[in-house]
Ligand binder design. Structure first.
Ligand code: ATP
Ligand code: MG
Length: 450
């Protein structure tokens, strides 16, 4: 398709040479000298690209940009600013301009920026189309967002697992959605009308955990003033979700193994009075349980009992194609809550897709919420993202304070060297030409994970 471009520029010589150069490249071009004419033309029809000067005789290019953003056209905007008016450029970028170029510029430089903007637009349009096609696929877990092939595999496994009564071990890094998976399985299973009881094994002190799990009779120990039902009993007929199971003390692991094998238990202080429970067991951990078994911290027999059906949640950095959709859904939820209508521009999404997300989906969700709450413009651009995510050395870094740019370059370089040395700090320090102590301090100050 032939792209149409509108050029808004009052200086005749710039306007005409730009229009000629763009026409020669095969674009359909309309060139106008005033804000009023530009707005009129935009009212008539859409353009793929708008190239506008900021200071115009009858108004301001920023108004044109705002108008386009309000209408939600798919047009990209490139702003031309005179040398020394960098604030205009910053403002334009914040409002959602694709890029800016400072005058005077060469025609080649402008043609390059134009080509990039239009290529980018074509790629975005393809993405939208593919996404529409994919989202029409059947997804049995409406709360779980994902369209990557990795997530499709998870969905298809969950759909099959939910129908059975098997024990499931859900693994994955922090924030990948393990708890969400557990509740999806329960609410898709035949036990959905019965309770789903979660136990956070890491949050309970060792002294209390057995009383919590198995309950106790009145007077079983000091402080046990009334009889208390345990979580297994509370889950009777339904599902128990043993979260962070890698943190269970060994002794409690033995007792849980028995409940899983025999579906019977005794309350503390209940003597030989054995109770039968009908529960489905789901467990989750972000630890490498096989390794915990090798280290003697986790019972091998319990590991095999739990690992009947393993569900492994992929980290977000391995499915960055899910990020645009996750951002869109999280932004919508936030907007509904705050009564706002803010959205992320393509550059911001691109920056998010390049970030590694050690905290996975939870981290992304927090970032989206924070940006929507703190940004004052309708369109959230890359400049509005937290500094460690913006993390690029590209064009916009020209607008950042020096310390931030230098700090980011340092962080990225140390991270790269540590990857090359597979985390060996002595080698890394040698390569970097700094002492191990300095490296250690920098790792800490940049919060690098090694
Ligand atoms: N695929 C997804 N779609 C939508 N929201 C998700 C998805 N995955 C995770 N989330 C959201 O991210 C947050 C973290 O998810 P969850 O608590 O399930 O992670 P987790 O793996 O249990 O983390 P941790 O190991 O830290 O306990 C939740 O608010 C959850 O709703
Ligand atoms: Mg969890």
């Amino acid at each position: 398709m032939k792209h149409s471009i509108i050029v808004v520029e009052d200086e005749k010589i710039v306007r005409i040479s730009l229009a000629d150069a763009l026409t020669a490249e095969g674009y359909t071009v309309l060139a106008v000298p005033t804000c009023a004419e530009a707005l009129a033309a935009l009212g008539e029809g859409a353009f793929s690209l708008v190239i506008t000067d900021v200071r115009l005789p009858d108004g301001n290019g920023i108004e044109i940009l705002q108008r386009i953003m309000e209408r939600g056209d798919n047009s990209s905007v490139i702003v031309m600013t005179a040398f020394g008016t960098i604030e205009d450029a910053v403002k334009a970028m914040r409002l959602g301009a694709y890029n800016y170029i400072t005058k005077p510029f060469s025609l080649e430089a402008m043609l390059l920026v134009v080509k990039r903007a239009l290529d980018h637009q074509d790629a975005a349009a393809t993405n939208v189309r593919l996404r529409k096609e994919l989202s029409s696929c059947y997804c049995p877990f409406p709360n779980m967002i994902g369209e990557s092939s990795a997530m499709h595999k998870v969905f298809s496994l969950l759909a099959r697992v939910a129908r059975t009564d098997s024990t499931v071990l859900i693994t994955g890094e922090s924030g990948t959605g393990k708890e969400l998976v557990a509740s999806s399985i329960h609410y898709q299973s035949d036990r959905k009308d019965k309770p789903l009881v979660r136990v956070n094994c890491a949050a309970l002190p060792d002294t209390l955990i057995e009383a919590e799990l198995f309950g106790h009779e009145k007077g079983a120990f000091t402080g046990a003033e009334v009889r208390k039902l345990g979580r297994f009993e509370l889950a009777d007929g339904g599902t128990i979700f043993l979260d962070e199971i890698g943190d269970l003390p060994l002794l409690t692991q033995t007792k849980i193994l028995r409940v899983i094998e025999e579906r019977t238990l005794e309350r503390l202080g209940g003597g030989a009075n054995t109770l039968k429970v009908d529960v489905r067991v789901l467990a989750a951990t972000n630890k490498e349980l096989a390794e915990e078994v090798r280290q003697g911290r986790f019972r091998e027999d319990l590991f095999y009992r739990l690992n009947v059906i393993p569900v492994e949640m992929p980290p977000l950095r391995k499915r960055s194609e899910d990020i645009p959709l996750l951002v869109e859904k999280f932004a919508k939820r936030c907007n509904d809550r705050f009564g706002t209508t803010r959205s992320f521009d393509p550059q911001a999404i691109e920056a998010l897709m390049r970030y590694s997300f050690p905290g996975n989906v939870r981290e992304l969700q927090n970032i989206v919420e924070r940006c929507i709450a703190l940004t004052e413009t309708e369109i959230i651009g890359r400049a509005d993202l937290p500094a460690h995510i913006r993390g690029d050395m590209g064009r916009q870094s020209a607008l950042l304070p020096l310390a931030e740019v230098v700090g980011e370059a340092e962080r990225a370089h140390i991270e790269k060297i540590l990857r090359i040395t597979s985390g060996n700090r002595s080698k890394a320090a040698d390569l970097l030409g700094i002492s191990r102590k300095t490296l250690w301090e920098k790792i800490n100050s940049h919060k690098l994970k090694v």
